[in-house]
Unconditional design. Structure first.
Length: 358
């Protein structure tokens, strides 16, 4: 008689797989599905990768000590307020797992980052989704109303992935003033470098709101998507808990060295980000001129709301033009801003298919 095989937990067996942006090996294809930087790696980053690669036989620094010190000095926080991981999504997995018992609730807007429901369910917690407003923004009053006795975490994605909309300073502070002290508010700022230069830096709010945690990444503006470095900025007690729960050596020596090198090139990062912002504004203005409805974006992408029929046809139209974009079932299409030539190809598709406007 055969013995039963080991079984996955039901919560794991029922999880949907995370769907990454599609890829292509063709040089003619414009890869606009994953919000990657279209710039080549920074020269300082390439040098750091080369110099560190010859130590690949050694384990990395467990706690990314050099990077921790550099980021602490840069942000003006204590090193004990930082915890690093394999991308900000890796740190978020630690956060939810460390805070939530089975049956606890995690609130987030929808549609937002696709990893949120996956990580919540994986931890045995309950996802509570709050629909975006008609103009694709977080409905903060509704999110406040959703907080209950089992709520442990509220996730705010600003700028929101995939809609690009951001949360303003006044509304964020008003929200924080009303959230119970025992509920952690996680502000996911993966795309913050593409927002207004004079926008509030939420680091300044950490001392006032001990239940606030910031998530940031080197994947987007810093061009390290392939190396996976992200971090949390939080109260020392929470950051310490994250360091205790991290997978050992989850940030490689090459990734740490590359991130440190990127911090030595902040002027170039700012220049590249400004170029993306200028292109984003040009593309959105042109798309609106063509009759498309596009919400304001503070990220390196823009959003086209579309039902399933229009979404499928729109993705197919881009595929035919050798442009990879990200389609979201039921909701719409997200398109990364890249170099001017690729962006012009996007506009040409939008101009050629007015019938696909919802």
């Amino acid at each position: 008689m055969s013995q039963p095989l080991p079984q996955l937990r039901p919560a794991v067996a029922a999880l949907p797989s995370y769907i990454a942006g599609r890829r292509s090996s063709s040089d003619n294809t414009a890869p606009l599905a994953s919000n990657e930087s279209h710039f080549a790696p920074l020269p300082a980053v390439l040098a750091a990768i080369t110099q560190t690669g010859n130590r690949a036989n050694r384990y990395p620094d467990m706690f990314s000590s050099e990077l921790t010190q550099r980021v602490a000095e840069w942000l003006g926080v204590g090193p004990d307020q930082l915890a690093f991981g394999p991308g900000s999504v890796g740190v978020l997995a630690q956060l939810i797992g460390a805070l939530c018992d089975p049956g606890d609730e995690v609130i987030f807007a929808w549609r937002s980052f696709e990893a949120y429901p996956i990580l919540t369910n994986l931890a045995g917690a309950v996802p509570v989704t709050v629909p975006l407003t008609a103009d694709e923004r977080h409905d903060l009053p509704a999110m406040l109303a959703a907080i209950g006795d089992r709520t442990k975490v509220v996730l705010l994605c600003s700028p929101n992935n995939p809609t690009g909309t951001s949360i303003g300073e006044a509304e964020l502070i008003d929200f924080l003033n009303q959230v119970p002290a025992g509920v952690l508010v996680v502000l996911d700022e993966a795309y913050r470098e593409f927002g207004p230069a004079d926008a509030l830096n939420p680091v300044t709010l950490l001392s006032r709101y001990p239940n606030l945690c910031l998530l940031r990444t080197f994947s987007k503006a810093y061009g390290l998507a392939g190396l996976r470095v992200g971090y949390a900025v939080a109260q020392p007690e929470l950051a310490d808990g994250l360091r205790k729960t991290q997978v050992p050596f989850s940030v490689s020596a090459v990734a740490e060295a590359a991130a440190v090198a990127a911090l030595s090139s902040l002027d170039e990062v700012a220049r590249r980000s400004a170029e993306v912002v200028a292109e984003r504004e040009r593309v959105i203005a042109a798309a609106r001129e063509l009759g498309w409805t596009v919400p304001d974006s503070a990220a390196n992408f823009f959003w086209l709301r579309a039902d399933d029929a229009h979404r499928t046809a729109l993705v197919e139209a881009f595929d035919a033009a050798e442009i990879l974009v990200r389609g979201y079932p039921v909701d719409g299409v997200r398109i990364t801003i890249a170099d001017p030539a690729s962006n012009d190809r996007v506009l040409a598709v939008l101009a050629a298919h007015p019938e696909l406007r919802p």
